[in-house]
Each structure stands twice: as C-alpha cells, then as structure tokens.
Design a protein around this ligand. Structure first.
Ligand SMILES: [Zn+2]
Length: 170
C-alpha cells in the first residue's frame, strides 16, 4: 500500500503566483494572508523546510498538512503532524491531505501539494454477526474491547479514530 496516492504538485501555480507578485500585478497583502488559524497550525503542527520564504526572505517556510475525509470525523479539516498522518494512513479509510507552506514572519502561504492517503475504501460487505443472547444494547464494556479489531462500520464513532489524547490546539 502506498502512503501517498494521486499526488498533485502545485509548483507551477506557485511559480505563476509569485511571478504575479514580483511583477506587481498582485499585491503582497493578497498572498501574505495566512489566517491566525493557519499560523497557529504552523506553529504547533508544522515542520521546518529548507525553502526560504519567497516574499520576505527572512525565514524558511513551515510546512503544514491538513487532513480531510468523511471518515475522519472531527479530525477532518485539522492540521496534523507527519507522525499523526502516518498513523491515520494505516488506520483510517481514504482521506486527502493538503500540504501548505506558510511563512510565520510575513504570512505568505500557498498550497504546495495534495495527495490521497489511508486504507483503500473497504467494499461494503456487511458481516452479519450473531449477537449472543441479545446483550448488544447495554454492553458498553464489550463494545470497548472491540475497538481496533476491525469491527464493523457501526460502533466506529469517535472511538475508532485512535487519536484520543492527542492535544488539540485548534
Ligand atoms: Zn515571509
């Protein structure tokens, strides 16, 4: 299984965007518009790069990866570290990742790459499991031991994600 599929590179778009700025056709304010949310994500979830900010040239840009996916629940739409994404890649169904570079000095930001990761979508085979004695309804203890055992689509709730205890800065 490849961890990164359908990789799209936005180097060309970045280049033309910068050309617009350098020629004065686009104002710096328009491209240096990272939101406080993005800047905070860069601070806590970003990783350093060797690419110097193309606008202010004062520091190296920070790389922030955002994850999006129906199956990710509330994790969807949040920034995640490389380690967290690797963990999601081997435990979660298909999701997409948007990689953004951000300058924490001048707020320049641009999408650099997007890709799809996670486990290939499972064919919708519904395993009919017999419920012993019908003690399904209030056996929360049993349900808890089920997590990670490949359970069904049901009961996946927030428990299946396995990211609990992860600090939430956002
Ligand atoms: Zn900058």
């Amino acid at each position: 299984m490849r961890l990164q599929r359908q990789v799209v590179d936005y180097a060309l778009q970045r280049k033309s965007r910068l050309a617009e700025v350098y020629s004065g056709r686009t104002g710096v304010a328009e491209v240096c518009d990272a939101s406080p949310y993005l800047l905070r994500a860069a601070k806590f979830h970003g990783r350093p790069s060797s690419v110097r900010c193309p606008i202010c040239r004062k520091e190296q840009v920070t790389i922030v990866s955002w994850v999006f996916g129906e199956k990710l629940g509330q994790v969807s739409g949040s920034a995640r570290t490389t380690e967290e994404i690797l963990r999601l890649a081997v435990s979660q169904e298909e999701f997409s990742v948007h990689v953004v570079e951000v300058c924490r000095t001048c707020s320049w930001n641009h999408l650099v790459q997007s890709y799809v990761s996670g486990l290939p979508p499972r064919p919708r085979v519904r395993r009919t499991r017999r419920v012993a004695g019908g003690r399904m309804a209030n056996s929360s203890a049993d349900a808890a031991t089920d997590v990670g055992a490949g359970g069904g689509p049901e009961g996946m709730g927030s428990k299946g994600i396995g990211t609990e205890g992860m600090e939430k800065y956002l």
